[in-house]
Ligand binder design. Structure first.
Ligand SMILES: [Cu+2]
Length: 390
C-alpha cells in the first residue's frame, strides 16, 4: 500500500486529524454522559425490564453479602491462634437439602417475573399500527403495513456528516445516532414492528422501548412497543453486520395523535410528488435524463452504451429503423418482445419496467447517438406506454 493510499483511508485521517474539542453533551433520546443505569424507560416492557434488573441486582447483592459475611466471620472467629479445632463431620443430609432447595427457590423467584415479561414482549396481538423494518447493509428501510399511514415507505440513512466521522469537524451530541428519515409513531398506541433483512442478520434495538429484535434475511420476526412519552428515541443495529454496523442507527419520533396525522398527510404528499406519475405530460429533457439512467440499468449489457450492440447477437439501436420508426413498433418489441406483425423476437420483454421508465428509455434511444433528429416522434410519453399495455 502506498503512503498516498494509506493517507486516504478513514482511519489514518481520523488518527492524524487536528485535535478537535471532543466534549459532547448528553444525547437527546440517547445516552447521557457517564450514564450507568439503563435508558429511561418509556414503555411498560422497558419499565418491567428495568424493574427486573433492579430486582436481580438486589438478590445478587444480598447473596454476596450473606455468603461473604459468613465466610469472613468464620475465618476470623475460628482462626488457629484461638486454638480452633476443625469439625470432622461428613454427609449431612440437612445441609445438602438446604443448599439445593434454597438456590432453587431463588432461581424460580427470578424466573417467574422474567418469563412473564418475555411472554408479554412476544404478544403482538391487537396492535394499532404495523411497521416493517428491513435491515440492509447499512441502513434501515421502513414500510407502514397496517393502520393509519398504511402505504408509507422510506429509507432511513445515517445523516452524520463525513467530516465528523473522520475527525475534521466537532462531533455533535447526536453523533452517529441521527438519520435523514425518522420513524414517526403516535404516542400511546401499540406499534407492532415486523423485522427482516435483505443481506445479513441485523437487529432492531431501541433501549428506551425495551425492544431488541433480530432482523433475519428470509425470515420475519416481530416485536412491539407502546411509547407513553412524546419524544425522540434512539437506538442502533444490534447485530454485528459488517464494516458499517455502527453506521445504521434507528431514530423513532413519538408524537401526539394530531401530529401523527399531520405527518402522515405530509409524507403521503411528498411520496406522491416523488412517485412517477404516468398520467402527467413529461418534458423531453426530464425523460431523456431518466431514460439514460434506465438504459444504463437495463439495456447496456446487450445493446452497449454506444448503442452499437454486438454484431451477430444484439442489434445496434444506433441507426435502428425500429428506434426511429413508429412508437407502436418499438413498444411492441419492448413490452412483448415481438415485431409489429407479432412475430416473436429474441428480445426479452421489459413489461416489468414502469410506464415512466419505458417511455423515458424510448425517448432516450430516440435522441441518442446518430438517432437524434431522425424520427418523427422523438418524445414518447408514459401515457403512450400505458395505453399500449395489454
Ligand atoms: Cu446491521
Amino acid at each position: 500500500m502506498s503512503l498516498k493510499s494509506i493517507q486516504n483511508t478513514t482511519l489514518f485521517a481520523a488518527l492524524t486529524a487536528p485535535a478537535i474539542a471532543m466534549a459532547t453533551g448528553d444525547m437527546p433520546g440517547g445516552p447521557k454522559n457517564h450514564q450507568l443505569d439503563l435508558h429511561t424507560p418509556v414503555t411498560i416492557i422497558a419499565q418491567q425490564i428495568q424493574g427486573l434488573h433492579y430486582f436481580m441486582m438486589a438478590i445478587c447483592l444480598l447473596i454476596f453479602i450473606a455468603v461473604f459475611s459468613v465466610m469472613f466471620y468464620s475465618i476470623w472467629k475460628h482462626r488457629k491462634s484461638l486454638g480452633a479445632v476443625p469439625a470432622t463431620f461428613h454427609e449431612s443430609v440437612k445441609v445438602e437439602i438446604a443448599w439445593t432447595a434454597v438456590p432453587m427457590i431463588i432461581v424460580i423467584a427470578m424466573a417467574l417475573p422474567a418469563t412473564k415479561t418475555i411472554v408479554a414482549m412476544k404478544d403482538t396481538t391487537g396492535s394499532d399500527l404495523t411497521i416493517k423494518a428491513t435491515g440492509h447493509q447499512w441502513k434501515w428501510s421502513y414500510e407502514y403495513l397496517k393502520g393509519e399511514g398504511e402505504g408509507i415507505s422510506f429509507y432511513s440513512t445515517l445523516s452524520t456528516p463525513r467530516e465528523q466521522i473522520t475527525g475534521n469537524a466537532p462531533k455533535s451530541d447526536t453523533y452517529l445516532m441521527e438519520v435523514d428519515n425518522e420513524v414517526v409513531v403516535p404516542v400511546n398506541k401499540k406499534i407492532r414492528v415486523v423485522t427482516t433483512a435483505t443481506d445479513v442478520i441485523h437487529a432492531w434495538m431501541v433501549p428506551s422501548f425495551g425492544v431488541k429484535q433480530d432482523a433475519i434475511p428470509g425470515f420475519v420476526r416481530d416485536t412491539w412497543f407502546k411509547a407513553e412519552v412524546i419524544g425522540t428515541y434512539r437506538g442502533q443495529c444490534a447485530e454485528l453486520c459488517g464494516k458499517e454496523h455502527a453506521f445504521m442507527p434507528i431514530v423513532v419520533k413519538v408524537v401526539s395523535a394530531e401530529d401523527y396525522t399531520k405527518w402522515v398527510d405530509g409524507k403521503k404528499k411528498t411520496m406522491a410528488a416523488l412517485a412517477d406519475d404516468p398520467n402527467k405530460t413529461w418534458d423531453a429533457a426530464e425523460l431523456k435524463a431518466k431514460g439514460e439512467a434506465a438504459f444504463k440499468a437495463n439495456c447496456v449489457s446487450c445493446h452497449q452504451a454506444t448503442g452499437l450492440g454486438v454484431a451477430g447477437a444484439f442489434p445496434a439501436l444506433d441507426g435502428s429503423k425500429v428506434v426511429t420508426g413508429a412508437k407502436a413498433d418499438q413498444l411492441a418489441v419492448l413490452l412483448n418482445g415481438v415485431t409489429k406483425n407479432g412475430t416473436p423476437t429474441a428480445m426479452v420483454s421489459f413489461k416489468g419496467l414502469s410506464d415512466v421508465e419505458l417511455a423515458s428509455v424510448m425517448t432516450y434511444t430516440r435522441n441518442a447517438w446518430s438517432n437524434a433528429g431522425k424520427g418523427a416522434d422523438p418524445v414518447v410519453q408514459p401515457a403512450d406506454v400505458k395505453s399500449a399495455r395489454k
